[in-house]
Each structure stands twice: as C-alpha cells, then as structure tokens.
Design a protein around this ligand. Structure first.
Ligand SMILES: [Zn+2]
Length: 386
C-alpha cells in the first residue's frame, strides 16, 4: 500500500453530459468510477473519500461535492485528487487553471487527471498541455450550451409545450406531455377572471373576490393582484404557445433575463383556447388606456414620490378621486393591508401648500423628503450631500 496519499476521488455528471442526443454516455458516473478505481488498485492508493456531483454543470465551481472536497483539503484530510479527465474538475478554464496550477500546489495536493495524463507530481509534457485542454473544455461547454439552445428552439418552433407545469387552466395531455389540454375545474376560474375584468373590476378586487370564495390559486397561496395580472396577460389562453421569453446571461451565468418581445416565439393553434382573442386584446387595450390616463394626471404633481409615511416609513401613494375632483394621499402599506398601518387620508393640495410655506424656492426640490404622520403633521427633511 502506498501510504503517502489519502485520495479524494471526484466524479461529476451534468445534465448536458447525460443528454443522449449529444452522445455523451461515456461520461456516466459508472464509467468514471470504474476507470478511477482501477487506477487506485493498480497504484495501491488509499481511498479516503469519493465526492460526487450528479446533475451539476462544470461551468462553475459552486457544487456541493466539490465544496466538501475543498473543505477536506483545508482540513488536511486529503492530499491527492483524481478525476477521469480535466473537464470533470471543471469547464471554466480560468478557474480550472487556478485549482490545478495554484491552489492544489499551494496546499501540497497532488492532482491526477487520468485520460489527459496530467499528474502534478510527475514532470510530464501532459501537465504543460493541461491549460490548453482546460480552454478546450470551456469551448466545448459553450458549444454544448449553443447546441442545447438550438435543440430547444426547434422544439419550441414546432409548437411543443416544454414547461414543467401547465399554465393554470390547463393540464398536460397524459398521452403527450408536450401538449396542453383544458383542465375542467381551473379553466372555469380563468374564464371568470377575464369576465370580471371585462366588467371593469380591478385586479385587486378580482383577487379579493376569489379569496372570499375560497378558490385555490396557481401558487396554492392566496390570490393577489399580481397573480390576477399574470392570468390576464398570459396570451396562451387564446390557444397559442409563447416561448423564448427568458434567457440566461451566458452559459456560465444562469441569471434569467427577459428577451425583447420581437424574439419571443409564438405558435398559434397549439391547443384549445379558453379565452377569445378579441376579448383578450380588448382587456389589454382597456388596461393600457387606464394606465396612460393615471400617469398623465400625476405628471405635474410637485411632490410625487417624495412623500413618506411617518408611522411605517413606506412611501405614500397619490390617487385621484374622480367624483371629488382632487388628489389624496395614503400610506402604501395601509392600502395593501389595513392592519399594517393607519389611514393617512389627506388632500394632496393641502400638503403641497404647507410644504411650500416651509421652503422659499421650488428650485432644489429633489433635495427634500416629506414625512406625514397620522395626525397629518409634516416633517420636512432636507437631504444634504456630503
Ligand atoms: Zn404607513
């Protein structure tokens, strides 16, 4: 037995690697394990522990198995690491290079990548080639990411439903998981939501109505104005599939960003509609008009966005009372939930007049914040740049 080394075996398999359409079966965990254990046996090496990341991409190093391997290196439990090849360690060439050339040597850890012939304790040409292989692996994963994206795009263009969950109102066809069929129970709720909106009810009022009736929502929590908004804006109820809406920043950074509408893929007549397209468009048009109107009315208010609730600190919203012909203020927190704060009902114009008594000129208005408490007292704060 070679007692100089306590070996950590590192095995990684990502979803892309197990994708059969990309012919990567050779990367299977079983295969990696077989190769490495043969090597351990032949070299009479002492296995300390096996670290496995199943389903983790190599494009970053935030993986539970890898993190626990690093911890064991730091705790001095292992001083040798074996992987099947460099790409198992990682596909980001800068970070892979950092571990192989800097971190492992610094920690006096020997690293062996079997198929690349890399062994940091032997002087071999393969070690010199390692950085290039790491770069190559990085390029492969960029290419894989492109391939997967294009396979997905083709599927989307064929009008296949690819989501993990059907939109509220539909269910996946038990005979074809890429097809949506109507869910009898929830589709009635969808129809009701559109009808209430068409009758002029606000999203908030619709949500309250549904909660009162005990209707279960898409997220299984209570209905809110935003969940109603999502239903009213989901074009898929008109019988089409909308995809390609979201993307990630890059193959390394998976933060989701929304694509511009021109890039969305919309395929019509992919499933039975719940809502007539005319009604869908009509509601959208109405909502847009309403939004434009209120925006215009608020445009010239001097203190819009500068007024805060003294009691809870949240902003005060300004709304126009059509029948009275004036603007009023109210705490946004109170508006959402009356139990959370107090009514601060106050005429906007009164507040503005009182504010203007305090300051001489309108010039540097952006430097001010106005707080109002439940007794309608003002506290004016001037923000002074340091
Ligand atoms: Zn408040």
């Amino acid at each position: 037995m070679n007692n100089d080394y306590n070996v950590g075996v590192y095995i990684r398999l990502s979803k892309e690697d197990s994708d059969k359409s990309l012919n990567r079966e050779s990367e299977s965990i079983k295969n990696q394990r077989k190769l490495i254990y043969n090597y351990l046996k032949e070299n009479k090496l002492n296995l300390y522990k096996e670290y496995v990341d199943d389903g983790y991409t190599g494009t970053n190093f935030d993986r539970p198995g890898f993190n626990s391997l690093i911890k064991d290196i730091q705790d001095g439990k292992i001083n040798m690491i074996i992987t099947k090849d460099l790409s198992r360690l990682g596909r980001d060439y800068i970070k892979t290079g950092y571990y192989v050339e800097e971190y492992f040597p610094m920690k006096k850890v020997r690293y062996v990548s079997l198929l690349d012939g890399v062994d940091t304790y032997k002087n071999t040409n393969n070690n010199d080639i390692a950085p290039f292989k790491a770069l190559f692996n990085d390029m492969v994963s960029k290419d894989t990411s492109k391939k997967i994206k294009s396979i997905l795009k083709t599927k989307k263009e064929r009008g296949l439903f690819l989501g993990s969950r059907a939109p509220y109102g539909y269910k996946k066809d038990p005979l074809n998981k890429n097809k949506l069929i109507i869910d009898e129970k929830t589709s009635k709720i969808v129809k009701k939501i559109f009808k209430l909106s068409l009758d002029g009810k606000s999203n908030q009022a619709i949500a309250e109505h549904l909660n009162k009736q005990g209707v279960s929502s898409p997220s299984n929590s209570e209905w809110s104005s935003s969940s109603v908004y999502n239903i009213l804006n989901n074009k898929e109820y008109t019988g089409c599939l909308v995809s390609n809406v979201w993307t990630s920043i890059s193959y390394k950074n998976k933060t989701r960003i929304k694509r511009s509408q021109s890039e969305w893929i919309i395929i019509h007549n992919t499933h039975e509609k719940i809502i007539d397209k005319k009604i869908f468009d009509l509601i959208k048009k109405k909502k847009n008009q309403k939004r434009k109107k209120t925006f215009k009315m608020k445009e010239n208010l001097l203190l819009d966005g500068k007024i805060y609730c003294e009691d809870c600190g949240s902003k005060m919203g300004i709304s126009y009372l059509k029948n009275r012909g004036y603007y009023v203020l109210n705490c946004n927190k109170y508006k959402k939930n009356a139990k959370k704060c107090f009514s601060h009902y106050i005429k906007y114009k009164d507040l503005e007049n009182r504010f203007l008594e305090y300051i001489d000129t309108k010039e540097k208005l952006e430097d001010y914040k106005v707080y109002v408490n439940s007794n309608r007292k003002l506290r004016i704060v001037q923000i002074i740049d340091e």
